[in-house]
Design a protein around this ligand. Structure first.
Ligand SMILES: [Zn+2]
Length: 571
């Protein structure tokens, strides 16, 4: 059946509200964006690989008929995309193709060294002449090769063993804690850490290439920063770190910033950030005439501070994050990383929140640093809580929001075991705290998935949510994989997933005003409101363009809408 006829039938039969004002003809909408206004680019969706199209055709380049206003056409096309999604959910191959092509906004929870696939690390290690320990599978530099190591293999049984040790590929959990996904997952990082650390800029380039390939527009990636001020803080604090209490923080802070080398150490830390922000572009060739699409993916850095470290070092790294953000726009946030259910993490949880509270008062309230806070919180499950900490899953999220001033929460898995969970969910909605959902990670580390995952509780309460990858290399996942998992495992609809993509940019730690007054119903600000000749994502009109030009966030949001239009108009 010709596409044109189906378009008319569809609009009349399936979307009555659209059909009341939608004209049906075989011509493309002259006022709307149309396919010719949506140039193909590397980040644009490929043709669907499978059916799901009502007519069974791979019709990615054929514009659907629409003679309505741009907004009327957008409504029609969104419904067609939703129908294509519903059909694809029943077909893994079709869903994978759809998930890869659909615009996804930003990945807000991305650990840099966990984001790169093991095969990529091995290729770099092989080029560097590195070696791998024959029994622990840990990488060492070329000058540390020994009788207990082997050169990095390119294939074969040893290669496969390393991939298994460095990721969740083929992992089968045992009954003992030591054989759990929890342990295996967290143990991977140390095994490939030498190669990952030596290739920071390659890591970033790799992440952005994958992001471009999956139609993402933005990534906030986390890696260890602030080491120089962290070291200075450790030398400034003369007592044992474990003796530190919240009451010590004011004097400790005063001592730290009074150090004659404090400013120099901050500058060294900030230089690391600036170096990372420019070096990856050199690797990608962004200055060249044929710069790859990865160069167009927006990126910002988040300082991840290991919560298992010594308290003095942690405090120094947190201070550095605030100081760095005041000096360079490339770092926008701070996060506490490493297993939340590790004993030191649990013992010091309240102290870490007190540190963040102290620094919030010192930097955020007087507006001397633009740094934002996102926290892993509630990444806990009873099965993995150590002895003596069985009730620690009752307060972490609340304390992260109320004391740590977290604007986003990573994981939030234990929300229903928190004290007064419904009130906490209401608080999160009221405070507009976004949940970063990492479905693959939650399944692999804490064995929480399906109906046992609390995502539906967050959605029911109206807490903003965005999908994220956590450690896609370790998980052997991707943003597309998370999208597909959300569709199958969490039964989310196309429009819910679209709202999540919008949420990711709304809650990104980017500068600038939002293009939305309401994300949930896609209501734009007055300057960029829909008109008879401009829909969301169209060429911006004379009132919208200045608004977008003044806001990096809004520019990215508009680009996401442009991509949605391009994607949906081809379904
Ligand atoms: Zn994480």
């Amino acid at each position: 059946m010709p596409r044109t006829s189906l378009g008319c039938l569809f609009s009349i039969a399936a979307i009555a509200v659209v059909a009341t004002f939608m004209g049906c003809s075989s011509s493309a909408n002259p006022a709307g964006p149309g396919p010719t206004a949506q140039p193909e680019e590397a980040g644009a969706p490929p043709e669907p690989a499978d059916g799901g199209a009502p007519d069974g055709q791979a019709d990615a380049d054929v514009p659907p008929p629409c003679t309505g206003t741009p907004t009327e056409c957008a409504v029609l096309w969104e419904q067609k995309a939703s129908d294509r999604f519903d059909a694809a959910v029943k077909n893994p191959a079709a869903l994978a193709a759809f998930a890869k092509a659909v615009p996804k906004g930003g990945d807000l929870h991305n650990h840099l060294t966990g984001a790169v696939y093991a095969e990529t690390y091995l290729a770099w290690g092989q080029a560097d002449g590195d070696c791998i320990n024959s029994t622990t599978f840990s990488a060492v530099f070329s000058n540390q090769c020994s009788a207990s190591t082997q050169p990095v293999p390119a294939s074969g049984a040893f290669f496969d063993q390393i991939i298994g040790a460095w990721s969740m590929k083929g992992f089968v959990p045992g009954t003992a804690l030591a054989d759990s996904g929890h342990e295996h997952f967290f143990n991977t990082f140390g095994k490939y850490g030498a190669i990952a650390g030596a290739h920071r800029d390659d890591d970033i380039a790799d992440v952005l290439k994958r992001a471009a390939d999956e139609n993402q527009v933005y990534v906030e990636t986390m890696f260890n920063l602030g080491k120089n001020v962290g070291t200075l803080a450790a030398s400034t604090w003369t007592a044992t770190p474990s003796s530190m209490t919240a009451a010590d923080l004011p004097a400790f802070y005063d001592s730290l910033i009074a150090s004659p080398t404090f400013a120099a150490q901050v500058n060294l830390d900030a230089a690391v950030v600036d170096s990372a922000a420019t070096s990856y572009r050199t690797i990608l060739g962004c200055a060249g005439a044929s710069a790859p699409a990865a160069c167009q993916v927006g990126v910002r850095f988040i300082s991840q501070v290991s919560r298992t470290g010594a308290a003095d070092t942690i405090f120094g790294q947190l201070v550095s994050a605030y100081e760095m953000a005041a000096k360079t726009k490339h770092i926008v946030g701070v996060n506490l990383s490493s297993p939340e259910d590790d004993v030191p993490s649990l013992v010091n949880y309240e102290l870490h929140m007190a540190m963040l509270d102290f620094l919030y008062a010192h930097y955020t309230v007087p507006n001397t640093s633009p740094l934002h806070v996102t926290l892993h919180a509630g990444e806990l499950a009873p099965k993995f809580l150590p002895v003596g900490h069985e009730t620690d899953n009752t307060f972490h999220i609340r304390r992260a929001v109320e004391v740590g001033h977290a604007e986003r929460i990573g994981h939030g898995l234990d929300i229903l075991t928190e004290t007064e969970p419904m009130a906490l969910l209401d608080d999160m909605r009221t405070k507009n705290v976004l949940l970063e959902v990492c479905l693959s990670s939650n399944d692999q580390i804490l064995e929480v998935s399906g109906v046992n995952h609390p995502l539906s509780e967050y959605l029911k309460k109206g807490v903003p949510v965005a999908l994220a990858t956590d450690d896609q290399g370790v998980s052997r996942s991707s943003m597309a994989g998370e999208f597909a998992k959300a569709a199958v495992d969490q039964k989310l609809t196309y429009r819910q997933l679209k709202t999540m993509a919008r949420n990711s940019l709304e809650h990104a730690f980017l500068p600038g005003a939002s293009v939305w007054t309401s994300v949930s119903d896609a209501t734009a600000v007055a300057a960029c409101a829909r008109t008879a000749t401009m829909g969301l994502g169209d060429q911006p009109n004379a009132t919208c363009k200045p608004f977008l030009d003044a806001s990096e966030r809004a520019t990215m949001q508009w680009e996401l809408e442009r991509r949605f239009l391009a994607f949906e108009s081809k379904q």
